[in-house]
Design a protein. Structure first.
Length: 128
């Protein structure tokens, strides 16, 4: 079975690269995008299994990306990252737009890998 693809969309190059490095070591194939536009294009082109995105990007919000990606495919697992506390309304909005999980920065990368594996196994872990 080919490695599962994870797309990381974050304008923080250090965080994005660190995440990609660890996910690679964990056996995932990692794709990176520094903004919403590049992230959406990459997701449509590569059909990743998981998309991890920052909620606040310079050119868009994670909510808008979520909506756009869900119009394209129901298959992605969408994980939203945020550097601030989210209100219940914001979380509800994200879930209603199709987010599968939220992570508040800073977070433990091993915990993230565990959550990704859990979400993939619940989904049946099917390869495309």
């Amino acid at each position: 079975m080919p490695a599962q693809k994870v797309l990381v969309i974050d304008d923080d190059a250090h965080l994005r690269e660190s995440l990609a490095e660890v996910l690679d070591l964990e056996g995932f194939t990692c794709l990176e995008a520094a903004n919403a536009k590049a992230g959406i294009e990459s997701a449509k082109k590569h059909n990743p299994d998981v998309v991890i995105m920052d909620i606040q990007l310079p050119d868009s919000s994670g909510f808008q990306i979520c909506q756009e990606l869900r119009r394209h495919s129901k298959d992605f697992i969408l994980i939203m990252m945020t550097g601030r506390f989210l209100s219940a309304e914001e979380k509800t909005q994200g879930f209603s737009l199709g987010a599968d999980e939220y992570l508040t920065k800073p977070f433990d990368i091993q915990e993230l890998c565990l959550r990704i594996r859990q979400l993939l196994s619940r989904k049946g872990g099917q390869a495309r």
